[in-house]
Write a protein that binds this ligand. Structure first.
Ligand code: AMP
Length: 280
């Protein structure tokens, strides 16, 4: 695996790869890698000749400074995992390398960056768009792989690609879960043993709520979920919404001909976790 820290050197290498007719698959990450990230690498390796993974804890997408500071960083372990996954290229830029050359543009995505994660993490999606745009301009991948765990992020990135008139194909990938159902996340490493156990109830309650939403009503389901979580010490619900899976707009009732999704953000102790579940 080749490791680059300078964008010009990476660009030169990838230009040569493209000249040789290689297709490029790109997997952006913030490191502290787990099997969910590696599943994106595998998806890229299945479909592209050269897979590039970036590890960059992007400061502009953190609305909470303490969250940025405590975000787990383990570059040596990550590098080993990527080597074992036969990733071809690792890009490990510094903040200066990513943000030294131009004024950061401000992106708007209509309602999409103001609801759910956008509402609770102001400026988050602007930061995501800034860094993804830069990565796409440096790497110019044919395909880029994103996890559906960050469902709204996938929609934002698709909207960004349209705004950029880019030809990058965005490939959403399924959520990988721990044996108890908890969605894999770098932030899980920050949970203590008790919090980790409590966090395992989140997917369980989401599944039970899904059944209720389908058999009864969205209102009943939301009330059930809020009541169940209130019983759990250490969990604080930030939001739980049931939305149209294509638009992410909230819906009042479930109809069989429209795909819908439930999305949650909750604090377990001081750690903020998100998850989602397709309902139909
Ligand atoms: P992150 O390092 O958290 O920014 O995530 C990098 C990429 O990995 C994003 O596209 C995430 O959606 C994806 N990802 C994170 N957790 C999972 C998971 N449990 N399953 C699949 N993809 C994931």
């Amino acid at each position: 695996m080749l490791i680059f820290t300078k964008k010009d050197e990476l660009r030169a290498h990838l230009t040569e790869q493209k000249r040789r007719g290689k297709t490029l698959g790109f997997v952006p990450t913030m490191g502290a890698l787990h099997a969910g990230h590696i599943s994106l690498i595998s998806a890229s390796k299945n479909e592209c000749n050269t897979t590039i993974c970036s590890i960059f804890v992007n400061p502009t997408q953190f609305n909470d400074k303490a969250d940025l500071e405590k975000y787990p960083r383990m570059p040596e372990k990550d590098t080993e995992m990527l080597k074992n996954a036969h990733c071809d290229v690792l890009f490990l830029p510094t903040v200066e390398e990513m943000y030294n050359d131009e004024k950061a543009p401000v992106f708007t995505f209509g309602y999409l960056d103001k609801i759910l994660e956008g509402e609770h993490r102001p400026g988050h999606f602007n930061g995501v768009a800034q860094v993804v745009k830069r990565f796409f301009e440096i790497i110019e991948p044919h395909k880029a792989y994103f996890g559906s765990k960050d469902y709204q992020q996938v929609m934002i990135v698709k909207a960004l690609v349209k705004q950029m008139n880019s030809t990058v194909q965005i490939v959403p990938c399924p959520i990988l879960r721990e044996p108890d159902g908890l969605a894999m996340s770098s932030r899980n490493a920050l949970l203590n043993a008790e919090e980790r156990m409590v966090a395992g109830y989140l997917p369980e309650i989401m599944s039970a709520t899904k059944k209720l939403a389908l058999s009864s009503s969205i209102t009943a389901a939301k009330m059930f979920l809020a009541a169940e979580l209130q019983k759990m010490p250490g969990i604080r619900l930030e939001y739980y919404e049931i939305c149209d899976a294509d638009t992410l707009l909230p819906i009042a009732s479930i109809s069989p001909d429209k795909s819908c999704i439930s999305l949650i953000a909750a604090f377990v102790g001081k750690i903020r976790l998100i998850d989602n579940l397709i309902l139909n």
